[in-house]
Design a protein around this ligand. Sequence first.
Ligand code: PLP
Length: 267
Amino acid sequence: MPEATQTRHEHHGRYPQAASVEDFRRNLARVRARMDAACRRAGRDPAGVRLLPVSKTKPEQSLRLAHAAGCDLLGENKVQEAAAKWQAMQDLGDLRWSLIGHLQTNKAKLAARFASEFQALDSLRVAEALERRLQIEGRGLDVYVQVNTSGEASKYGLAPEQVAAHLHALKAYPALRVRGLMTLAVFSAQAQRVRQCFIQLRELRDRLRQDAPAGVGLEELSMGMSGDFEIAIEEGATVVRVGQAIFGARPLPDSHYWPHADTQATS
Ligand SMILES: *Cc1c(COP(=O)(O)O)cnc(C)c1O
């Protein structure tokens, strides 16, 4: 694997705001070009990596421009914000929603109404609450189990050694279609530390796949964001979640979304 690829955290919080469909088209093309280049370095087929645009904190108007530029699945990390946007954009019939942030049990009912995908499953209580509501709604949901690969107490997700038992327990919830694993790497400009998180997720997936329960899919690895998706692709990501490089910088520091995130790390 290429070892020289660096993080791009130096752009963090500095991407210009996308304000037109053209801006979104250009940003999407740039991100895809970087994804394709990472695939080439790793000898991978670019068709094997999906780009999930992340629209959290961005206003409805901005999401509409992204949709006009071709985004039909958007990632949001807070269910109430996502639900409000879903309701406001019912006129866009093909727009679907991916929830990528921690979900509280009491919000499962809301999530089950509209989400197509949930990438941050980390407790059986949430799984059970989702299953119950999905059964009532007559819906299914693609899910990713979130794993804490950085060892940081501030990050959500299961410890790697808890994942096998968790996957076996998920057999009891047929409305949840397990697709794979998701992680957030350590936020660091030290590319080797970031890469180590991604390697850990891939190796865990490879081990678990050997005796995964029937019906539990482990094809997908959701890892990598604006500052580190190239490294994630080099290490096997099949989904990258990219916000700022497409939409522009967010107004608030990451500590607002992930308590205690180290946003000071630069070089
Ligand atoms: C916000 C967020 C992202 C995208 O981060 P960017 O820096 O905007 O690319 C990815 N994953 C999760 C879980 C997020 O909350």
